[in-house]
Design a protein around this ligand. Structure first.
Ligand code: MN
Length: 239
């Protein structure tokens, strides 16, 4: 914030900034924006009734406030949202930026990455479907409260840039989603470069990189276990 504003009093309570823990440290990563890429694995595009051919990537956003991380028990609690009877899991690798800019060149893109995480792009599929059909925005299907359960971040200095490796999600011990990071249609540098032509990217931005096939509904009481090779896993309970 500008120096001149720092000591002004707010007229309403100051919103609490969203942060992600950095694994293995006491440090935190402040979140600025949450970009999400759609249909980034061919098998998922097909299961959603779309052509898997490579066309320009498309994006939507969640709100930083939608992020929910593990509590003291080590598990993430996902409250089943209102207004839906068809809430789907989408496991995704998350890219966290330490810097940004506009029109970032492909071969420079990875220098902007701070680290990686894993998480869920939880989706009110019934509402998303209604909005698609009506040609309306997706927010009510995608950017609802608690719609982005996430792990902490693992810095690039520890793991490099994972571009291959297993991605899976189990529900109540049964494998529902299974894929490999090498199946992404748009790779991480391409996503960063393309996005930076549409938005000025900045430190704190996250990119949820799309989900492999096998998306499906959860109900209250379900236990999800997710894993992204090279990054780690998480447990998430639907409450
Ligand atoms: Mn998704």
């Amino acid at each position: 914030m500008p120096e001149s504003l720092r000591f002004m009093s707010f007229v309403i309570p100051d919103p609490i900034p969203t942060t992600l823990p950095v694994s293995g440290t006491g440090d935190t990563f402040p979140v600025r924006r949450v970009y999400c890429v759609g249909r980034n694995y061919a098998a998922h595009a097909i299961e959603m009734g779309h052509d898997p051919d490579r066309e320009d990537p498309f994006f939507f956003l969640k709100c930083p406030e939608n992020i929910v991380t593990a509590d003291a028990s080590g598990e993430i609690a996902f409250p089943y949202p209102p207004a839906s009877n068809d809430v789907h899991h989408e496991i995704e690798m998350i890219v966290a930026l330490k810097s940004g800019g506009r029109d970032i060149a492909l071969d420079d893109a990875l220098t902007h990455v701070y680290g990686y995480g894993a998480g869920l792009d939880m989706t009110r599929r019934d509402l998303q479907g209604q909005m698609k059909k009506a040609g309306r925005p997706w927010e009510i299907g995608k950017a609802f409260d608690h719609s982005a359960p996430m792990t902490g971040l693992v810095p690039v200095s520890d793991i490099g840039h994972p571009d291959a490796g297993a991605v899976w999600l189990k529900v109540n011990g049964e494998v529902r989603q299974q894929g490999d990071l090498n199946q992404m249609i748009w790779k991480v540098p391409e996503m960063i470069s393309y996005l930076s032509g549409l938005f000025e990217l900045a430190a704190g931005d996250l990119i949820m990189s799309g989900t492999p096939s096998g998306v499906g509904p959860v109900v209250r009481g379900d236990h999800m276990e997710g894993f992204v090779e090279g990054i780690g896993g998480f447990h998430c309970k639907v409450i």
